[in-house]
Design a protein around this ligand. Structure first.
Ligand SMILES: [Zn+2]
Length: 579
């Protein structure tokens, strides 16, 4: 891989396969998921300066082919560099002309020329000339075009910019898989290409399948760009699958046709009787927007379209942060039957559960039939097998839930379970579950069958005076664990961790760290992903883990921040927060 430019990428927050990341290219920082508005110097609607000032835009995209074909533009940009020419000091990505190739059939520049040109003008992110094969193309032709694309990718391997490497293969998942493996091995930024038509035709299920097969076959630390996906309607589905970058030419193209973008679809401006938006444009003009002179109307409409696109990204980021992205998807995808089919297809993606945190900040809300296959349900069902109990109650969609663990996330979100627990406490004659039984079953659920036996008969369990909930577990005078109020997960202290370490053999529950990290961990500092040597693949993000050295000596306990797959692939960011 080329290392001419500086590149950093790390996860800050996550939900499902979505992630909020810090991306740094050539010293310029960006938080993803992010939108790259496309700037066309031939038809400037909103200047790069305005994009930065008004929209807080840190990354832009420009088409290098358009520049290359316009002599005056080309000379100016070659002289000044693209940043100075565009008066924009953020990250500038350039496109290769693939889109023109798709629209007009052929272009008059070679792959090498286009790569060299992007190097000369100083693009931070550049592209090679991949061929966006249309959906449902004749398969031998899709394969032939893919082979040319992969050949051209090889020519871009040593480019002096971060290569936005297109993964093609039309709607053929086997071709997409082959392309993903090869591109994913070589390039740090992978683009899901050839999806514009799918978007335009509302084929969201196909889109989900294609992004999924790509994500499963590239390292999880690759930045993923949904190439040409500029309509906010599909942002949440794509981000849930782990897409990081979107480019929008749509904000301008739609405006030119007087089309008003909303997060759930597109309206014709002249047909609107109320404006469903309060962005600065809509607040300022109201319905008078329809009466503006044509040039101004297009420009203002472009601004509105860009406002709603950025707003949608922010809403999704907030949902990731609050861990209610599934609920957000449920809401968004009910805007159109094809989106709902896309959501249904999303819930069929088994690989998502491995990335999803095991406990979340927000309550679990059932929204409809598709909720029964959510990532949380997949993970919880596996863990329920660890718990033996005669005292169970059916709670859809999880199955029979042991009464002892009804306070644990996500069961604590269900009224039926809460009521059940309450009645038992009020009616003194009825059997009340002893606290120690609860703790033992939560141990089994969280760490594995048999973990509950580590809680001795003589432990002392203290409840919080304020909330009356179980909070601390003592053995003799020693605090061996606490119980987190928000989700009733058990946080083991060293004495209990030692017992878990003895009871469960390597590599279970373990994160094995490099010798260099030991002194830091012993001081209580976090374990960074690059210092993890091995990890139990059955763990989930937010699990409590045992931190050990290469000889399986227990060092500390901590909370896993990333999923095992992310810990293995990422070389930056915090993997375990040490206690
Ligand atoms: Zn608006």
């Amino acid at each position: 891989m080329a290392s001419e430019f500086l590149f950093e990428f790390e996860i800050k927050d996550k939900d499902i396969a979505a992630r909020i990341c810090k991306l740094k290219i050539n010293g310029k920082e960006l938080e993803t998921p992010s939108l790259m508005p496309v700037y066309n110097p031939n038809k400037p609607l909103i200047t790069p300066k305005e994009m930065k000032r008004e929209f807080g835009c840190e990354i832009l995209m420009a088409n290098s082919y358009i520049i290359l074909k316009n002599e005056e533009l080309r000379n100016n940009i070659l002289r000044d560099g693209i940043h100075k020419f565009m008066n924009f000091n953020g990250i500038i990505a350039t496109d290769s002309g693939s889109y023109q190739l798709m629209e007009y059939g052929n272009i008059t520049a070679t792959n090498k020329e286009i790569i060299e040109f992007q190097e000369k003008i100083g693009s931070d992110i550049g592209s090679f000339l991949d061929i966006p094969t249309l959906p449902n193309a004749y398969k031998p032709r899709a394969l032939e075009q893919l082979k040319i694309t992969l050949e051209r990718a090889r020519e871009a391997r040593n480019a002096k910019f971060l290569v936005n490497a297109g993964i093609q293969g039309s709607t053929y998942l086997d071709l997409r898989e082959m392309a993903a493996r090869e591109i994913g091995r070589e390039f740090r930024l992978c683009a899901v290409g050839g999806i514009v038509r799918l978007m335009e035709n509302y084929r969201f299920s196909d889109l989900v399948e294609i992004i999924s097969v790509i994500k499963r076959n590239i390292p999880i630390n690759r930045v993923v760009h949904a190439f040409g996906m500029g309509h906010p309607m599909a942002f949440s589905l794509s981000i849930a699958l782990g897409c990081d970058l979107f480019d929008s030419a749509a904000y301008a193209l739609y405006a030119e046709n007087f089309r008003y973008i909303t997060a759930s679809g597109t309206k014709r401006l002249d047909e609107l009787e109320y404006l469903p938006c309060s962005c600065p444009v809509c607040s300022k003009y109201g319905l008078e927007l329809k009466e503006l002179p044509e040039r101004e109307r297009v420009r203002e409409l472009a601004r509105h379209n860009l406002y709603v696109s950025f707003e949608e990204i922010n809403k999704i980021k907030e949902a990731i942060k609050e861990n209610n992205l599934w609920e957000f998807l449920g809401m968004r995808c009910r805007a159109h039957p094809e989106l709902l089919s896309g959501l249904k297809r999303l819930t069929e993606q088994k690989w998502l559960a491995d990335l999803d945190p095991i406990t979340k900040k927000s309550a679990f809300y059932l929204q409809g039939p598709e909720s029964k296959n959510r990532t949380e349900v997949v993970n919880v069902k596996k863990r329920l097998k660890r718990v033996y109990s005669e005292n169970r109650r059916e709670v859809a969609p999880f199955g029979k839930i042991p009464a002892e663990i009804s306070d644990v996330y996500p069961f604590n979100s269900f009224n039926s379970l809460r009521e059940w627990g309450k009645k038992k406490n009020e009616n003194k004659n009825e059997y009340k579950i002893p606290d120690i039984e609860k703790i033992r079953k939560i141990m089994d659920y969280q760490f594995g069958s048999g973990a509950g036996e580590l809680i001795a008969d003589n432990v002392r369990i203290k409840r919080s005076r304020k909330t009356k909930r179980i909070r601390w577990i003592y053995e003799e005078k020693e605090l061996i664990a606490s119980v987190r109020a928000s989700d009733h997960f058990i946080i083991p202290k060293m004495p209990l961790a030692e017992k878990l370490h003895k009871r469960f053999k390597y590599p279970k529950l373990r994160v094995v760290i490099h010798d260099d990290a030991i002194p830091f961990v012993l001081e209580g500092k976090s374990v960074f992903a690059k210092f993890v040597e091995e990890i139990d693949p059955k763990l989930r993000a937010r699990d409590e883990v045992l931190i050990v050295d290469k000889n399986d000596k227990l060092l500390r306990t901590g909370t896993l921040i990333l999923s095992p797959r992310e810990v293995v692939d990422f070389d930056r960011g915090i993997a375990v927060r040490v206690r």
